[in-house]
Design a protein around this ligand. Structure first.
Ligand code: NAD
Ligand code: TDX
Length: 357
């Protein structure tokens, strides 16, 4: 289908001021400028309007600050904006914060998703066609042993953290709304993303920023845990594919075929920073690596089998981990004015709780 033949969509993007949601909003506005895009975001510590800078002047774009648990607000936005497509990213997303305080995860991830599904169920009666994309994670499948096959869409759920348990609950609700009410929900379970606008608390930005500041690089446990990394723009193109070509009621796993041990990833980042940054406080950066107490319940390995989305919908990633990490390091080097203000008192208090004062 060419862009000329395509029916314009009217999207509600929840969590569009966060990391993946803002990358998706930029991707979508660039690719489909004829579409209406409404971002609903509560601007928690992880949400940042600067992530959407440059979009706010567009006539087809609107930002609304609000909570996905606010049913009246969601109802009015769906009706007033005649939304036909919900792309649901809003969540509490950091495993370490879910260990410190699980309550917010249940509220936003479970109650918030339920609120959106209920609102869309009633609104859907007014539409000829629509889609509800629920963006989820590979963490719902639990942890793999070194030689286990990668997660497929039929791997049983076995979440191990309050974060992944709350995402699992929300996935089950999205699935149930298709089977019970024929609501056209689609679920994607994606591996670890990285790229621009990634909040400093997560592994890759945390390491980039600590290298630039000459601070210790805290690697949990023995550093042998494995994650399957996907460049965020590739995730956005997968979501585009699922919205346009996915079958309602189906789940699609999304991954980059890039399994890397944490310690190897941190060493790659150190090498890139040593090569690309002119004035590092400490060289070589690897000398900053410090093994610290392990994360409680730390999943050993994640790996995604993305055969279904490749064979049924024709999607595959386009960026290798080497290219993606290079672009990402470049972005953190050239966007210090983006990340420095995020190292707030609240962030320092969080950092002290997880890593010690
Ligand atoms: P993020 O933490 O960077 O952003 C979350 C956004 O949601 C923020 O802008 C925040 O303000 C907003 N938000 C939080 N609570 C809200 C509420 N009650 N109402 C409205 N907005 C609220 O998260 P992310 O890394 O961009 O993840 C986005 C989604 O993708 C999540 O659902 C996450 O589970 C999923 N996911 C993330 C990854 C990853 O590697 N980051 C991988 C797979 C899936
Ligand atoms: O300081 C650190 N040291 C460390 O060794 C941090 C922050 C992390 N780690 C380890 C823990 C993980 O094995 O690095 C790995 C990646 O950690 P995170 O960036 O916190 O990601 P993870 O826990 O794997 O979850 C991420 O991917 C799946 C996202 O945060 C989730 O939202 C997504 O669902």
């Amino acid at each position: 289908m060419t862009n000329e033949e395509r029916r314009p969509h009217r999207l509600l993007v929840t969590g569009g001021a966060g990391f993946i949601g803002s990358n998706f909003t930029r991707y979508w506005c660039d690719r489909y400028p004829e579409d209406r895009v409404v971002v609903l975001d509560a601007l928690t510590y992880a949400g940042n309007r600067d992530n959407l800078s440059g979009l706010e002047d567009r006539s087809n774009f609107r930002f609304v600050r609000g909570d996905i648990c606010d049913r009246a607000l969601v109802d009015s936005l769906l009706a007033e904006e005649q939304i036909d497509t919900v792309a649901h990213f809003a969540a509490e997303s950091h495993v370490d914060r879910s260990i410190l305080g699980p309550g917010a995860f249940i509220q936003t991830n479970v109650v918030g998703t339920f609120t959106l599904l209920e609102a869309f169920r009633h609104h859907y009666n007014t539409l000829e066609t629509g889609r509800f994309l629920h963006v989820s994670t590979d963490e719902v499948y639990g942890s793999l042993e070194p030689n286990d096959p990668a997660f497929s869409e039929t791997t049983p759920y076995a979440p191990n953290s309050p974060y992944s348990a709350s995402k699992a609950g929300s996935d089950h609700l999205a699935r149930a709304y298709y089977h019970t009410y024929q609501l056209p929900t689609l679920i994607t379970n994606c591996s670890n993303n990285y790229g621009a606008y990634h909040f400093p608390e997560k592994l890759i930005p945390l390491m980039c920023i600590n290298i630039l500041l000459g601070k210790p690089l805290p690697v949990y446990g023995d550093g042998q845990n494995v994650r399957d990394w996907l460049y965020v723009v590739d995730h956005c193109s997968a979501l585009d594919t699922v919205i346009h070509r996915g079958k309602p009621g189906e789940t699609y796993n999304v991954g980059g075929n890039n399994e890397v041990k944490n310690i190897d990833l941190v060493r790659m980042l150190c090498g890139l920073m040593d090569e690309m940054a002119s004035d590092l406080p400490v060289r070589p950066s690897e000398s900053l690596i410090t093994f610290v107490k392990d994360r409680p319940g730390h999943d050993r390995r994640y790996a995604i089998d993305a055969t279904k989305i490749k064979t049924e919908l024709g999607w595959q990633p386009s960026v290798t981990v080497e290219e993606g990490l290079r672009k990402t390091v470049e972005w953190y080097l050239t966007h210090q004015d983006w990340w420095k203000p995020l190292l707030s008192d609240e962030y320092q208090a969080y950092y002290a709780k997880v890593y010690g004062g």
